[in-house]
Design a protein. Sequence first.
Length: 411
Amino acid sequence: MAFLLRHHPEAGGLTLDEAGWTDLPALVAALQKLARDPELVPADIVTLVESDRKGRYAVEGERIRAVDGHTFGDAPAQPDAATEAEPQARAEQEQEAPAARRTEGAKPRPTGAAPPDVLYLGTSQAARERLLAGEPIGGKGQRVLLVASEARAWKLARRQRGEKPCILYVDARRAHRGGVEFRLVNGVDYQVEQVPRRYVLNARADFRFQLSAGTVLWRGAPDAPEIALIRVGRDAGESWELPKGKLQRGEKPLEAALRETREELGLGDAALHPGASLGEIHYAFHIPGGRPRLKTVVYFLARAGDPTAAMTPRTEEKIQEVRWFPIAEALAIVSHENVRQTLQRAAEALARGQAEPRSESGAEDGGRLRSRRRRRRGRGTRPPASGGGAASTAAPSEADAPAAQPPPPDD
């Protein structure tokens, strides 16, 4: 970190302003690559900064800098204007900074940035029962911490001694649109005044998880790829998206991703050459009847075996058009930010040479997701036998609707 922030920011593709500040997410991405640590997250950097007794670094919201010791160019010797303007205010700010940067109990910075689609609340079963009884979580001067990682939410939930831990899945995007104010506290997590029940997905007994898989299908040169997108028409409007679909029973994520890509693009049995895994996205939606779903989509890079193969949109699934786009145009035209981030990861994987073919079985990815489903099943809460409205957080089978009903549409 010192190497990048003090000496050679260009080695990580970083840009520092006159006071030495750079984006915290950009620094994390650079460290993931240079240190070969893909599990690194902004919260890890914040923790490191807080534990540094020498105070060599500073974090403010989503930016970070080395306080001194720069050896490149015109080293930033002075604090930025905002902290230099008023000595008294600066002294108070420095005194409050350690507490303000803490993940829990932080004094949040208001931000106009919208939260991610889904956030996670690590809490207790008792708190969840109070929510089901109609009492919102938070309020009365107590802020609620919502984190971006489900695994980290479980860690926070288990800290509540004497209480049975559980996780609440919060439809953060919908809550933000509904007027809930989200405040960024450490560059990755958020605090809110309270969490109304209507935004908690698993506060309903008919809540289900849904697992899908898809691809970023490309052709051409790795440094100038073209990406296949589908134009989908729904009641709410049209959007350009990546091909994806739900897993069938017994199917592994990569197998489903390739099958759905062939089906939605109308490629028949055309050869597709799978490459790197591009991670997951998560979002919430509701199917007819207001039944909430938390969807996880696993994406893979895949190269078209025949780049000139004809593509026919699957109109019965409301796919109106399929087309190849240069990567820059694809990034600009896709409708959802999480899809845009997936495309960006695809471009980075191609630049790193991770377009090599891999097995179509995707056994390692399937095993990882099955392990998560087992963890959810073991850690989750089940609805009471009396039907008191408690929602199950047990993981679903690939078909997430009850057997007596048709499977929900893939939204």
